[in-house]
Design a protein around this ligand. Structure first.
Ligand SMILES: [Zn+2]
Ligand SMILES: [Zn+2]
Length: 396
């Protein structure tokens, strides 16, 4: 057994193979819930390297398990596999062959990095315990996502994990730069749809109406007090009314008005407060005008909260691997949201961001591409993280 901890150069001999896999995935993107060929490719590789692969967990999800030594200690490492409904405009030789579908969030790279770690761990086996490599579908779904479905399908009961780790690339920062933050790291994002119903009338007879336009307009102003007057000024939160519609004619008071909000926060308790206040305010405010309100409060992904100890540990692994110049901590928080948050509600762990290159196109952009310089770096980070977490010397 090789007992030296993994370094980036250890992947040199397989780097081109991993980049080829990454580009193949890039060329053949599959949307959320449709990752059939991607999952098949991943499973085939993993089986070839000696993993026990369990497929169709929460849809197209799969878990690859490798044991070494006698310890029952365990770790989960997750990559996401799905693409987005975007028409690629990169002009790359390996650009999407599936029109209207694109790996514009780098999940092709996340999958390739974790496959690289799988290969390295299988050939060195420099750990004592159980490794569960989690390949997740449908991260981009927005709700009822892959993480939720895998958990509901018994992920952690069937594949015990003492802790779980994840990674996302981050355009605008140099490749190989790791960004950490313990505690709330990425936002919760909820969508609220409100229908204000009044009583329509002729515009010249407003006294016979219950005007939903006036009630909705007043409601928009009243909603501004939720962040300003209810949320602690030291906490971040956003309530944006991004859509407001009512009526079709100047001489008609309409029956109803609709509005839609985006609600973001970084702490579970702030998120709960926002929902409670928005619901109460909408109902009572609209009622004061004699109108009624229907509220559809749609929970998006929750706040992503990294646990302290696991974040400190993961940061240490990155420091050993790339040095202090390439580790930024604390970084963020980030206003985007991520369904890895659900895994972190179940187990302690750390979600890290890794630079995708300065000046590179942003995520979900038609010109975006995952940076292949990260494939070996990410694979080495995962390998070393597993080796350190399941270090033989730490066995009790
Ligand atoms: Zn995305
Ligand atoms: Zn993503």
């Amino acid at each position: 057994m090789n007992t030296a901890l993994c370094r980036i150069g250890d992947l040199d001999d397989v780097k081109e193979e991993l980049i080829a896999i990454r580009r193949h995935l890039h060329q053949h993107p599959e949307l959320s819930y449709q990752e059939v060929d991607t999952a098949a490719l991943v499973a085939e590789r993993l089986q070839g390297w000696g993993y026990t692969v369990t497929r169709n967990i929460g849809g197209n999800g799969l878990v690859a398990t490798l044991r070494s030594g006698g310890s029952t200690r365990s770790i989960g490492v997750r990559a996401d596999m799905d693409a987005l409904p975007i028409h690629e405009q990169t002009g790359l030789s390996y650009a999407s062959a599936h029109d209207g579908k694109m790996h514009a969030c780098g999940h092709d790279g996340h999958t390739a990095m974790l496959l690289g770690a799988a290969l390295q761990l299988a050939r060195t086996r420099n750990f004592d315990g159980v490794v569960n490599l989690i390949f997740q579908p449908a991260e981009e779904a927005g709700f009822n996502s892959g993480a939720q479905q895998m958990i509901a399908d018994g992920l952690f009961e069937r594949f015990p994990c003492d802790a779980i780790f994840g990674m996302h690339n981050h355009p605008g920062v140099a490749t190989g730069t790791f960004m950490f933050r313990a505690g709330p790291f990425m936002a919760a994002c909820d969508t609220v749809k409100v229908k204000v119903t009044g009583k329509g009338s002729h515009a010249a007879r407003p006294h016979l109406s219950v005007d939903p336009v006036v009630a909705a307009a007043s409601l928009v102003m009243a909603l501004q007090t939720v962040v300003a007057r209810n949320v602690d000024p030291m906490d971040a939160a956003v309530v944006t009314v991004g859509s407001l519609h009512a009526g079709h004619a100047s001489n008609v008071i309409p029956e109803y008005a609709t509005l839609e909000m985006s609600v973001r926060s970084f702490k579970p308790e702030v998120r709960a407060l926002l929902e409670q206040r928005i619901r109460a305010l909408v109902q009572s405010h609209v009622e004061s005008y004699g109108a009624t309100a229907e509220i559809d409060y749609i929970q998006g992904y929750p706040v992503l909260v990294n646990s302290e100890a696991e974040t400190e540990f993961a940061q240490q692994v990155a420091l050993e691997l790339v040095g202090a110049e390439q580790v930024i901590a604390p970084f963020g928080p980030i206003a985007g949201s991520e369904d890895f948050a659900y895994f972190l509600q179940q187990r302690p762990g750390c979600f890290v961001r890794v630079g995708n290159g300065a000046g590179k196109p942003m995520l979900h952009n038609a010109h975006y591409d995952f940076n292949d310089d990260n494939v070996a770096i990410g694979a080495a980070y995962w390998t070393r993280l597993v080796e350190r977490y399941l270090a033989p010397s730490a066995a009790a």
